[in-house]
Design a protein around this ligand. Sequence first.
Ligand code: KG4
Ligand code: ZN
Length: 371
Amino acid sequence: MFTKGSSPDSFVALMLILGIETSCDDTGLALASDRSILAERLASQADVHSLFGGVVPEIASREHLRMLGPLLSGVLRDAGARPRDITDVAVARGPGLLGSLLVGLSLAKGLCLATGARLVGVDHLAAHLMAPGIDEELRFPAIGLLASGGHTHLYRIDSPVNLSLLGRTLDDAAGEAFDKAAKLMNLPYPGGRLIDLLGTLAPPDPKLFPKPYLSNQSLDFSFSGLKTAVAAFVAAHPELRRPRQPAPEEIEAHPEDFADLALACSSLNYAVAETLRIKTERALDASPDAVSLIVAGGVAANSRVRAAMLELAERRGLFAYLPRLSLCGDNAAMIAHMGRLLAARGLGHDLTLEAVARGRAVPWDYLDVGA
Ligand code: KG4
Ligand code: ZN
């Protein structure tokens, strides 16, 4: 039993769950009680990978290995806890970069071996979708849209442990479309946040870029054509491509210096947001009993996507759940939260738990380990 801590409710918490996130290029650790997030630390590797214009898997694994120790000491100190106080270790087991996941899984298994804590493997995608549940209780059935750098998935969600995939991207993910477009303009990686920011400087031209893959019945997405359209636009307006790549801080400090990119960025935000909104609305049409709409993942931070989804939910009388910005991208609080939802149902794993690579479905292989 966890009895000491800096946060008031940690004195009475029966559960101290450590969340570990290492599925891509963010190293995250969080400690949660059965009721709240007690401590959280995140080390982004964006600076390292931006030198290469995208994530370099081997560097990502090495950075996770370098950062996990100090981050663990940090969250334990922040929560006033010791390793032996940890009752459950929730670890993102995929889908993600295999090498990165193995680093997180090794820490998780080592801790469980040393302390006797229970191991809970967490589906990174389900964790994204349940992230808004950290701040408010979610109502089901829901339609869930997960839009990130690696995924654009639509789900029907009947409970935190009952998600059915309705549609997915056939090629690029929505975040990838932003990142590739940013690269074409020689903006730093990951470019989604910067395109969002620059897009706020001008109204969109709704006709500038296509809303791809809408004239079909499927709930799948295809964003690769959008990259081609941006490439053609930049080729026709070569002045949009910066000769020198600016640092993200330069753009954030003086977005007006990049106002010539505003129309393209705004129109791209519009094309992505509308494409996501239209397919999500079709998923809602097919699930008329849904009472809520959940939008999650890095792209859920996009201001135009948020506005479109809030408008959609309001128009259809649905509860709208969008994570606060710090919970949209990869983070360990969402892993700890998903872990406690599973642990509360008595679900966990033994030490044979395996990592699941990008593009693979995460198996439902939970064991009954007792609530
Ligand atoms: O969920 P996430 O942090 O990592 C993955 O699991 O992929 O998502 C990262 C993606 C990147 O493609 C990034 O450019 C995009 O989310 N992103 C955004 C915004 N913030 C992050 N895209 C559009 N607008 C934003 N504000
Ligand atoms: Zn993610």
